[in-house]
Design a protein around this ligand. Structure first.
Ligand SMILES: NC(=O)c1ccc[n+]([C@@H]2O[C@H](COP(=O)([O-])OP(=O)(O)OC[C@H]3O[C@@H](n4cnc5c(N)ncnc54)[C@H](OP(=O)(O)O)[C@@H]3O)[C@@H](O)[C@H]2O)c1
Length: 188
């Protein structure tokens, strides 16, 4: 099973403003649908058979009005009671689980490629050594404060740079491979 992060950050490393706003992110208002450039999104999403996201990200995506992932399977991580709209319940699972427990369950379900989303969620899986790949698109804007992509870690995490591409828009996308910790390898 492969676990990927595909995410956009401001140049100063934030994935959203402190209140969760994505107004600094041109794609957030659907601009990408009007332009040919999708920053590799369509190719990436075609390889994904499960999304795993934190509750904050789920609530933000729901607030867009239209769920962009169709009937693709999704896990929402939360310690709260289920808040999934009934019409989406068939393809969305709610879990309150540590990364290793969740990965074990998804592995047993035969999941091949996970898109992991949400700042706190990504940080947690990274710390536990459960991320294989990170595709980070840096938007040329400084927003000064917000929700960070990265946070405190106990040990250094070494990445291998695979490639960096730049776009006319000024977006710069880098792909990194992340070495899994030995224990994370054993469990999935
Ligand atoms: N720029 C981008 O491309 C991009 C992409 C994704 C998200 N975002 C933005 O980032 C913001 C959300 O990120 P975030 O860091 O605030 O949070 P997040 O990771 O989306 O959600 C964090 C929440 O997920 C739940 N959670 C995480 N791990 C869990 C576990 N192992 N077990 C149970 N529950 C768990 C907890 O919810 P409970 O409190 O319910 O327990 C936690 O408070 C949103 O504003 C979103 O729009 C931006």
């Amino acid at each position: 099973m492969k676990i990927s992060v595909y995410i956009a950050t401001s140049l100063d490393g934030f994935i959203a403003r402190e209140n969760g706003d994505l107004d600094w992110l041109p794609d957030a208002d659907g601009e990408s649908q009007q332009t040919a450039e999708d920053y590799g999104y369509r190719h990436f999403i075609e390889t994904i058979d499960m999304l795993v996201m934190g509750r904050n990200t789920f609530e933000k995506v729901l607030s867009f009005g239209q769920w962009p992932y169709g009937e693709r399977r999704c896990v929402v991580l939360t310690s709260r009671d289920s808040m999934i709209p009934e019409k989406m319940a068939a393809h969305i699972l709610v879990r309150n689980a540590q990364p290793d427990e969740l990965i074990k369950e998804l592995d047993e379900m035969g999941v091949q490629h996970i898109w992991l989303d949400g700042g706190k969620t990504i940080q947690q899986f990274l710390c536990e050594g459960f991320v294989d790949e990170m595709i980070i698109t840096r938007v040329p804007v400084l927003i000064g404060a917000g929700i960070p992509l990265f946070g405190h870690i106990m040990d250094d995490i070494n990445l291998r740079h695979i490639e960096t591409v730049s776009f006319k828009s000024g977006f710069v996308q880098s792909r990194y491979a992340v070495a899994r910790k030995p224990q994370a390898k054993r469990n999935s």
